[in-house]
Ligand binder design. Structure first.
Ligand SMILES: [Zn+2]
Length: 308
């Protein structure tokens, strides 16, 4: 009873306080709290939407962020490795002093902005990772298909799917990527895409090392792996050159991954662990030890959906 009475007393005094404060002031305070909560919980890097471009892609914003890396700040050097069909520059960024190069591609498909946004976040994250920068050299091309991004199209302006052109290299965009590939001689190629799925997947090149790496990553993260279809994708190019190659498909719908750079970052860290442990891990995850196939538990499915 005493509790109820004291509760009623509290309610009465609360009402009195409100009338003293005034409803207008109360609304102002609530508004301020809501605004601060928005600032705290709204991820700073959520892609903005442009009214001119298609949903989810903002070419002008991407250009703006890329320009902020173009003056040598943050320890990056940069260059232009080629031009798109419509003469838009294709930028690449280099950071790190390690002997081994990791090449990261984003935005091969113009209607998959998450790959580009993830690359932008990786550029920012790398500046704070001394360990990775000592060990590796990163070459990042955040926007491989700038014409597609500017017009929210999957293909380039000549209507070629760039992630089916890694055998022919018939387009200026893929030729630019090949140039960087040859110059930087990477040990690992990571090509970041976006799919309509709610969960991420990785698609790995059809060589033993990529299969081992994909399996290792899948076991660490529960993110399933699929074998890349032999259709002229970036992973096929990695395979042909005997290096590690994966396509990471970021989920479009899942908020928990934000822009997906978390997944790419986890992959890079996973790679570092995989590589550091060398033959020990490779041996441990080899098929004859586990008595399973190397398809990361998805029955050897080949992925050739709309996504990659
Ligand atoms: Zn794609």
């Amino acid at each position: 009873m005493a509790i109820i009475l004291s509760g009623m007393h509290f309610l009465e005094s609360f009402k009195a306080n409100i009338s003293q404060i005034g409803l207008g002031n109360l609304l102002k305070v609530l508004g301020l709290i809501a605004f601060m909560a928005f600032l705290i919980f709204y991820p700073a890097s959520v892609p903005r939407e442009s009214s001119e471009a298609g949903p989810g892609v903002d070419y002008a914003y991407v250009e703006h962020v890329l320009a902020s890396y173009s003056d040598g700040v943050h320890g990056y050097s940069y260059g232009i490795c080629g031009y798109s069909v419509e003469s838009r520059p294709i930028y690449y960024y280099v950071i790190g002093e390690g002997n081994e190069t990791i090449l990261i591609l984003g935005g091969l498909h113009g209607d998959e902005p998450k790959g580009t946004y993830a690359c932008l976040e990786i550029l920012a994250n790398l500046t704070e990772s001394e360990y990775l920068l000592k060990r590796y050299r990163f070459v990042v091309i955040p926007l491989c298909n700038p014409d597609g991004a500017a017009t929210f199209r999957r293909r380039n302006l000549r209507d070629v799917d760039l992630n089916r052109d890694f055998y022919d290299f018939s387009q200026p965009e893929t030729q630019a990527i090949r140039r960087i590939f040859v110059e930087s001689s990477p040990v690992l190629l990571i090509d970041v895409h976006e799919s309509l799925s709610g969960e991420p997947i990785i698609i790995y090149a059809n060589n033993t090392k990529s299969r081992l790496l994909a399996r290792f990553f899948s076991l660490e993260t529960d993110i399933p792996g699929f074998l890349a279809a032999d259709v002229g994708q970036s992973a096929n190019f990695a395979e042909k050159n005997g290096i590690y190659g994966v396509i990471i498909e970021l989920p479009i719908l899942s908020w928990k991954y934000k822009n997906g750079s978390i997944i790419v970052w986890r992959f890079i860290e996973s790679w570092a662990r995989f590589e550091r442990n060398g033959m020990h891990i490779k041996e441990r995850y080899a098929p004859h030890r586990l008595n399973v196939d190397l398809t990361c538990g998805v029955g050897g499915k080949v992925f050739d959906g709309r996504g990659p």
